[in-house]
Design a protein. Structure first.
Length: 508
């Protein structure tokens, strides 16, 4: 009897072991543990979107792509900003139903593009800031059977990488292998300066380490894929020098916007005049003088000292934040002077618990998506610590539906309230930033948020800007070569004319 009982238990034991081990073999679970964002359709039949983490190392990314190849019916894949290489692109051939692929800000080249032509269902491909060349596009794009949309910008040409003038011939051979400065190759030299007014307002101090970190952060923003010849270095105690070779004016302007934007993100709760728990904060905020924006409480420490705790702050409303003022609930607004002394609409933000502040440091991923109205939007997912904070923050501010009372979340970008969505329920690890974005604005915002906030704010406009067009640089090179040729010929003629036969021997 015992033997039969033991035999009967074997299938059950096998089932238990299989269930226990499924989490180690299920590719979806493994991808989520690695920080990937996975979105299903309502019936959970198809995987509508997969976004792999930009922080993954090449080895980790290789493992994630192998797991992804085992996931059936993937429709959209976002690899932007990752360290994906041409060799790893080959693993995407298993995704036979893939319709949308984003490879922007990666090191993929013409070889990788050639491999992607095997994706027979691919309809949309994004290749902004890759190493794919115009020649590669001309050769391989016609091979894509179903491609409808191709998004490209700032493609990297091999000729420009080495500073060689287009057109070949004598100039190409002469300048081959020589790294040219912007005076010859064209480009821009920018001097960026720390905004001292905003720095004093934030009560931050400048150090050599801070300026070094600033240079690193700016370089990461302007060169996310690491495939540009860009120089970023501290200059003095409060300035950053940026050299952008071989860049046209449009690229320079876009790079300036990305570099000078603070890039900070914060999620908080907007104060409400109807809410009893905000009554004291509203009263104290209304009593602040115009030169003060934060409501501060001095908190006693165990050692007898005190520290400052920020309970709330008046923040300006972004020009794109018109929906904030259109809120049906009684948010607290006030006209206050900005740094230039001009009256600007501000709204009162509550920081009810400093341990629940959610910032850009808690971002795990940022990606392009669409809002409920079909407009372009920025989606974001928080890491484990940020998700816990966000869940507690929104859980404390859930609506009173019986009374018809709803609180508003404040999405704060660069110290300005950008939007104020209504909180309908507790939110854990994800959210969305909506607005009237263009494709260019979306890409800039995603790039800035991925790179992280600057340590200190910069002035919007450079204190010094020198721009030389590539055409002028090319002209300088041609004139330089011509001058060398004429001078050399003059020396030869002089040697032969003056020294006769000896001159010929010397020249030869």
């Amino acid at each position: 009897m015992d033997r039969w009982w033991a035999l009967a238990c074997v299938p059950a034991l096998w089932l238990v072991l299989a269930v226990a081990g499924c989490s180690d073999t299920d590719p979806m679970i493994k991808l989520r543990r690695a920080g990937a964002v996975i979105e299903h359709d309502d019936e959970r039949v198809k995987v509508e979107r997969v976004v792999l983490s930009q922080s993954a190392t090449p080895d980790q990314l290789d493992e994630q792509l192998k797991d992804l190849a085992r996931v059936p019916r993937v429709l959209m894949l976002d690899l932007s900003g990752t360290q994906v290489q041409d060799e790893q692109v080959k693993q995407l051939a298993a995704l036979d139903e893939l319709q949308t692929l984003d490879l922007s800000d990666t090191a993929v080249t013409d070889e990788g593009l050639k491999v992607l032509a095997s994706l027979t269902s691919l309809r949309k491909l994004t290749l902004s800031n890759t190493r794919v060349t115009d020649g590669g596009l001309s050769e391989h794009i016609p091979e894509f059977p179903a491609l409808e949309t191709l998004e490209i910008s700032r493609l990297k040409e091999p000729q420009r990488e080495s500073g060689v003038v287009e057109g070949g011939g004598v100039l190409e051979k002469f300048f081959s292998g020589i790294k040219l400065g912007i005076d010859l190759a064209g480009g821009a030299n920018l001097i960026l300066e720390v905004d001292q007014g905003k720095l004093d307002e934030q009560e931050k101090k400048l150090t050599a380490d801070v300026m070094s970190q600033m240079a690193t952060s700016i370089n990461k923003r302007a060169n996310p894929g690491g495939n540009k010849e860009l120089t970023v270095r501290p200059l003095g105690t409060n300035r950053i020098e940026v050299i952008i070779p071989k860049a046209d004016p449009q690229v320079v302007e876009q790079t300036k916007r990305m570099m000078t934007r603070l890039g900070s993100l914060e999620l908080a709760i907007l104060a409400n005049s109807q809410d009893m728990k905000f009554q004291d904060l509203v009263r104290r905020a209304q009593e602040l003088p115009d030169d003060k924006t934060r409501v501060i409480t001095e908190v006693a420490q165990q050692d007898g000292s005190t520290r400052s705790r920020v309970d709330g702050a008046w923040l300006p409303i972004s020009e794109d934040g018109r929906d904030v003022q259109n809120s049906t609930n009684r948010l607290v607004f006030k006209k206050r002077p900005n740094l230039q002394g001009q009256p600007v609409d501000h709204v009162l933000v509550s920081y009810e618990d400093e341990n629940l502040r959610v910032t850009g440091e808690h971002l795990n991923n940022v990606y392009q998506t669409n809002d409920e109205n079909g407009r372009l939007a920025v989606g974001f997912r928080l890491n484990y610590g940020g998700a816990n904070r966000f869940s507690d923050l929104t859980g404390r501010n859930e609506p009173d539906r019986a009374a018809g009372f709803y609180r508003h979340l404040a999405i704060i970008l660069d110290g300005e309230v950008f939007s104020a969505p209504t909180l309908n329920e507790r939110i854990s690890d994800s959210g969305q930033i909506s607005g009237d974005f263009t494709h260019e604005e979306i890409n800039e915002l995603i790039g800035v948020l991925k790179a992280g906030a600057l340590e200190v704010p910069l002035k919007k406009e450079p204190v010094s800007e020198l721009t030389i067009s590539p055409t002028l640089g090319s002209d300088v090179q041609k004139k330089g070569v011509a001058a060398i040729g004429i001078a050399s010929l003059a020396v030869v003629i002089f040697m032969i004319g003056y020294y006769r036969f000896s001159g010929i021997v010397a020249v030869v």
